[in-house]
Every structure is written in structure tokens, then in C-alpha cells.
Design a protein around this ligand. Structure first.
Ligand SMILES: CC(C)(COP(=O)(O)OP(=O)(O)OC[C@H]1O[C@@H](n2cnc3c(N)ncnc32)[C@H](O)[C@@H]1OP(=O)(O)O)[C@@H](O)C(=O)NCCC(=O)NCCS
Length: 180
């Protein structure tokens, strides 16, 4: 899979996560800390530091080498303004992965999340040979549901107490996109 940057919209680009992203990524998470808090797991203080992000990235890149994960970042110039990641890649008869994503609050509503999703679905099908991508959202996450609807995901059910988000086990709506 290419590690070259792909242009998404305007000057916004998407490329594979790199070890050298720890500084800009920690800055982006600090900038969006309150905005992302309702939609993400509770974070440690360490998570918002370059050292914390170095450890997170190291773990993600190790998962990538093991074939379990593919992480990308979204960039405006040298600033990271979002991320999108395929996690839990399973091969065999499942050929499935989960997708997770966020976009910097200052950049939302411009189609960046949707464009990134389009690129990731193409990579999941053409580069990884997957059959299916799954996403899980909180019921009231209208922006996320809009991205999924636009990308052709179908709702497949409600999973009670599915993920620990913002410190509590919360019900999630599950969506899948069959790639063939
Ligand atoms: C969800 C998220 C990635 C969307 O990114 P984005 O770049 O704004 O996405 P897009 O611009 O491609 O599409 C978002 C759509 O949702 C719409 N939207 C945003 N907030 C909305 C709301 N409260 N109610 C209804 N629609 C809303 C936008 O208008 C846009 O639709 P449009 O293009 O028809 O106008 C971003 O809001 C985010 O990072 N949220 C916090 C983290 C998160 O929820 N991640 C997903 C977890 S499942």
C-alpha cells in the first residue's frame, strides 16, 4: 500500500501514519481535546504529550506490521487535522476490519471525513483485499452517521454496552459496508 500522500479536498492530504508524527499529532489532540472527549475513550494526560503519542504510534505501527491495523493521518500543510484507521483486521473467511476516524473541529463540515472514508474503503478493497468494513457510532453522532450513509454503509443493529466511551460503556449502532 502506498505511503505517498493523496490529496483529499483542497490542500488537505491523507498519508500513512509515521513515527515522526508524534509531535504534530499530540498538538492536534491537545487542540481538539474537549471536542473529541464525548466520542472517544477517556484519555490519560500522557496521551496528549509527544512522548505519549510516540508510544501510541509505536504500538500502531507494530500492529500494522502484524497485519492487524492500517493507520492514516489527514494533513493541512505540516499540521495534522485528523486521522482514520482500519483496526481489528481479520482475514480467513471474515476478511473484515473496523474503521475509526476524527477530523479537527476547525475543519469539519467540508467533506474531509467523507473523502477520507472513500480512500480508506478503496484501500480496504483494492490493497488489503477485504470483504467488509464495520463502523460503530453513538446513536446521536449525526455527523458520523452522515459519513457512513454517504459511503454506502448499512445499519446492521444495535450493540448494547459495546464500547467504553468518555468513561462509560455505551450502546452503539453498528454499520457495515460490503466491498464487492
Ligand atoms: C464525524 C466527523 C469525523 C465528521 O467529519 P467531517 O469532515 O465534518 O465530515 P463531512 O464534512 O464529510 O460530513 C459530515 C456531515 O455531517 C453533517 N453534520 C455535522 N454535524 C451535524 C449534526 N449535528 N447534525 C446533522 N448533521 C451534521 C455535516 O453537515 C456534513 O453533512 P453535509 O456534507 O451533507 O453537509 C467529525 O465531526 C469528528 O471528528 N467528530 C468527532 C469524532 C467522531 O465522532 N468520530 C467518529 C466516531 S464513530
Amino acid at each position: 500500500m502506498t505511503t505517498e500522500a493523496t490529496t483529499l479536498i483542497g490542500a488537505v492530504q491523507m498519508r500513512a501514519l509515521r513515527a515522526s508524527d508524534a509531535g504534530p499529532l499530540s498538538a492536534a489532540y491537545r487542540q481538539n481535546r474537549n471536542y473529541l472527549a464525548p466520542w472517544e475513550p477517556a484519555r490519560t494526560e500522557e496521551f496528549f504529550t509527544p512522548a505519549g503519542q510516540r508510544a501510541v504510534i509505536e504500538s500502531k505501527l507494530a500492529s500494522q506490521v502484524a497485519g492487524q491495523e492500517v493507520p492514516w493521518v489527514l494533513l493541512a500543510g505540516s499540521h495534522i487535522i485528523g486521522a482514520i484507521t482500519l483496526t481489528g483486521i481479520v482475514r480467513g473467511p471474515f476478511l473484515s476490519a473496523n474503521v475509526g476516524y476524527w477530523v479537527d473541529q476547525e475543519f469539519t463540515g467540508r467533506g474531509i471525513g467523507s473523502a477520507a472514508m472513500g480512500c480508506v474503503l478503496a484501500a480496504a478493497k483494492d490493497d488489503l483485499g477485504l470483504h467488509r468494513v464495520q463502523a460503530a457510532t453513538l446513536k446521536h453522532n449525526a455527523a458520523s452517521r452522515k459519513i457512513l450513509g454517504r459511503a454506502g454503509f448499512e445499519e446492521i443493529g444495535m450493540a448494547p454496552a459495546y464500547l467504553k466511551i468518555a468513561g462509560s460503556w455505551q450502546d452503539h449502532v453498528l454499520f457495515q459496508r460490503i466491498l464487492e
